[in-house]
Design a protein around this ligand. Structure first.
Ligand code: NAD
Length: 245
């Protein structure tokens, strides 16, 4: 497998942790970001200080042409893409009856459309090489559903369905497709949670802790690695401290 990875939404949180973890394990890294150029540059600096190549790729993954251009740039910088991590995502808490159709569509445009747009450009390259691994970032809420996050839960369930179907379609081309479905992770996405909410979530988690971005990065790397997970495709790995089993 080519030791090159393209990670969407890699300026912070899980994506940034994955970028550094892949670099620590010998990968050159395409670092996609939407707006946070300063944070993305910081991730790039960490990647290059590990002796790996990195490239900053600004793109809104929900925009098909921006996603296609991003993939083209990453592929030409690294002479191919060995691993794609579709991590970029948005979440929002709203009562179902408060969600407008526009908000519903935007939730899908980023979480599902972003995965589609990026993957659609990467797959022909991987098929040509007859190798590759794709890891899509879903959520436990895509498995068990979250109250006040119906649109997010539905979008993350779609990510799982698409990953399983794509795994079947791409297996003959020696391309593995898997999902991680993290539990509650300490990133900016959860910055709106009150300390008492976090305490409740910890209490409901058998391991009694909130996960870190690095915990998820390790699961992503495991699924992406041809030496660690050569026989694993179409699966969902859920780093969640036992929150759901
Ligand atoms: P985060 O908000 O810190 O990171 C999300 C990243 O996605 C950011 O870098 C953001 O700029 C980027 N992004 C958003 N829209 C984008 C777009 N249109 N184009 C390109 N990039 C875009 O949150 P995180 O926790 O690191 O989330 C990473 C992934 O993990 C998301 O898919 C999220 O749904 C999923 N997830 C997070 C948790 C959690 O508890 N934090 C749990 C389960 C799943």
């Amino acid at each position: 497998m080519k030791k090159t990875v393209l990670i969407t939404g890699a300026s912070r949180g899980i994506g940034a942790a994955a970028a550094v973890y892949f670099a620590q394990n010998g990968f050159d890294v395409g670092i996609n970001f939407l707006k946070e150029e300063k944070s993305a540059k910081n991730v790039l600096q960490q990647v290059t200080s590990l002796g790996r190549k990195g490239v900053l790729l600004q793109a809104d993954v929900a925009d098909p042409s921006q996603a296609a251009e991003m993939v083209e740039r990453a592929a030409s910088c690294f002479n191919g893409i060995g691993v794609l991590v579709n991590n970029a995502g948005v979440a929002k808490q709203s009562l179902f009856t408060d969600v407008t159709f526009e908000e519903w569509n935007r939730m899908f445009a980023v979480n599902v459309g972003g995965m589609f747009n990026t993957t659609a450009s990467v797959v022909p390259l991987m098929v040509h090489e007859k190798q590759g691994a794709i890891v899509n970032v879903s959520s436990i809420w895509g498995i068990c559903g979250a109250s006040c996050e119906v649109h997010y839960s539905a979008a993350k369930a779609a990510v799982i369905g698409a990953s399983k179907a794509l795994a079947k379609e791409l297996a003959p081309s020696n391309i593995r497709v898997n999902c991680v479905a993290p539990g509650v992770i300490d990133t900016d996405m959860n910055s709106n949670l009150l300390p008492e909410d976090l305490e409740c979530l910890k209490e409901e988690t058998p391991l009694g802790i909130i996960g870190t971005a690095l915990d998820v990065a390790k699961s992503i790397f495991f699924l992406a690695s041809d030496s660690l997970a050569p026989f694993i495709t179409g699966q969902v790995l859920s780093p969640n401290g036992g929150f759901i089993m």
